[in-house]
Design a protein around this ligand. Structure first.
Ligand code: AMP
Length: 501
């Protein structure tokens, strides 16, 4: 059996040739035979451009079905696909092209002014563009043999400090995770995936899409999250995979009702924490419990709440088949149940290391296979995992550990608070001081420190209570909906500057 994950997908595409693969939310669509044809043509272009097995193909392209064909073509010819966030600037793109030593760079015609050795634009119109060339190129219909441990993709982590690291994912990582997720989420022949996520990240490109492709099922392909289109297509879909902001946005719209949601058999959330409040409000509105799962660029998906068992708000569920999770101390000793420590993951989903960064790899991947995730959490005696926050977001105030999530949960319950982010800033006396940024509900008054104090008193120890409250209109977030605490920390670093201890 070939180790090339594309071989598995190819068998499904052939079996389901005449079925709809993509329905474009703004009209038109592709069958699996159409997809297969485009992949063959894209392979032809890649080969003509000198791409070889193992070559890196870097793509910074808008979301399109052609971009999916490009990704799958890379798998097929054994090249390594390197997706880039469309928000990256030319200077950032240049770093990735150099770092990945790209054989080919595919970009939008107006997207970037980077000039790389081999550059093709992914555009239906332009002369010499990828799509134009595709139409005139002899398709390649073979499948290049790969071993299961060969690298299929390099996903650059959205690192906020230092150089961004390229996580090398193998064909086996992609295959086993797709197979496990299809089983754990009970993928069915009649499933219709509503796809509104970006495709430069593991969530949209691998997690969501692989389930649909491997199942030979239909994907409603939406260029991006658009409320009107969501309301139109939800009743015609059965699975939604989203980031928590999808769910808060839906809830903010009074037109989103139990009726709109009733065709969906499972709403799945990940990439950032889903608050207990959103979980509860969603259940109250639709009667459905959002299924939260936990993953990352280096390991795709680690854990998931169960499809049939109890979905618990504030937890990310149990390890997938073939995956182990533990909560450990710095030396890698497993802690007792419910103790807070570093979440570590081992198994068939764990990446092969960081591209050309052996020291970084050695720092985060233990010799016995455990990957140190950088997330703090607890694990119950039943194996259920909960995330407390990123270790770098941990606040140490007066020598005591403050886990931001614990404080945010209490503040989020205050009426008038829409959401909050707790973070630490330098303080002469305490080392770090606890600060909270609050976004008030549209019709609510500004939340002052007296309100926060009153809500927290008696519930949380004094050292955990914020010293300052900042009222913001929104929290800084990245494309995957993660609150950027580093931005909050940097912007407000001087809050206590000049205060004598
Ligand atoms: P990325 O590599 O961009 O996918 O980011 C991975 C990080 O997202 C993880 O290490 C977690 O910090 C965070 N994350 C993913 N899923 C969840 C979740 N369900 N709850 C809380 N944090 C999450």
């Amino acid at each position: 059996m070939s180790g090339n994950f594309f071989a598995d997908l190819h068998a499904v595409f052939e079996e389901n040739a005449s079925r709809p693969c993509f329905i474009f939310s703004r009209g038109g669509g592709w069958t699996f035979a159409d997809l297969e044809e485009r992949i063959g043509q894209a392979c032809g272009v890649l080969l003509r451009s000198g791409v070889k097995p193992g070559s890196r193909v870097v793509a910074q392209v808008a979301k399109s079905a052609e971009a999916i064909a490009l990704y799958l073509a890379c798998l097929r010819i054994g090249a390594v696909y390197v997706p880039l966030n469309t928000a990256y600037t030319s200077a950032e793109v240049q770093y990735f092209l150099d770092d990945a030593d790209a054989a080919l760079f595919v970009c939008d015609p107006d997207g970037t002014d980077v000039v790389a050795a081999g550059t093709l634009t992914l555009d239906a119109e332009g002369e010499g563009s990828f799509t134009q060339t595709m139409a005139h190129t002899e398709p390649f219909t073979g499948i290049v043999a790969r071993s299961k441990n060969d690298v299929a993709a390099i996903v650059y982590t959205s690192g906020t400090t230092g150089r961004s690291k390229g996580a090398m994912l193998t064909h086996e990582n992609l295959r086993t995770n797709a197979v496990s997720l299809s089983a754990v989420w009970g993928w069915q022949e009649r499933d219709v995936l509503l796809h509104a996520l970006p495709i430069f990240h593991v969530h949209g490109l691998f997690i969501a899409l692989h389930c649909a492709l491997l199942g030979g099922t239909t994907t409603i392909f939406m260029p991006k999250f658009d409320m009107e289109e969501m309301l139109l297509w939800l009743p015609r879909s059965t699975v939604l995979m989203g980031v928590p902001t999808f769910y808060t946005r839906l809830l903010a719209n009074p037109e989103f009702s139990k009726d709109t949601a009733k065709a969906i058999r499972v709403f799945i959330s990940g990439s950032a924490p889903l608050t207990e409040q959103t979980f509860a409000e969603f259940e109250a509105r639709t009667g459905q419990k959002i299924l939260e799962r936990y993953g990352m660029s280096e390991t795709i998906i680690n854990t998931s709440n169960p499809l049939d068992g109890e979905r618990l708000a504030g937890t990310v569920g149990f390890a997938l088949p073939g995956v182990e999770t533990r909560v450990a101390d710095d030396a890698g000793n497993a802690l007792a149940a419910d103790e807070v420590g570093m979440i570590e993951v081992r198994g068939q989903n764990v990446f092969a290391g960081y591209w050309q960064m052996p020291e970084k790899t050695a720092e985060e991947l233990r010799d016995d296979g455990w990957f140190i995730t950088g997330d703090l959490g607890t694990q119950g005696s039943d194996g259920r995992l909960s995330i407390v926050g990123r270790s770098k977001d941990l606040i140490i105030s007066g020598g005591y550990n403050v886990y931001p999530k614990e404080v945010e949960q209490v503040i989020d319950e205050i009426s008038g608070v829409q959401e909050s982010a707790v973070f630490g800033v330098p303080h002469a006396d305490f080392g770090e001081a606890v600060v909270v940024a609050v976004v008030a509900r549209p019709d609510a008054a500004v939340v002052d420190i007296a309100v926060i104090d009153a809500a927290l008193d008696g519930k949380l120890a004094r050292f955990k209570q914020p010293k300052i409250v900042l009222n913001l209109t929104e929290l800084p977030r990245n494309a995957m909906g993660k609150v950027q605490k580093n931005v909050l920390r940097d912007t407000h670093a001087d809050l206590f500057a000049g205060q004598a201890s």
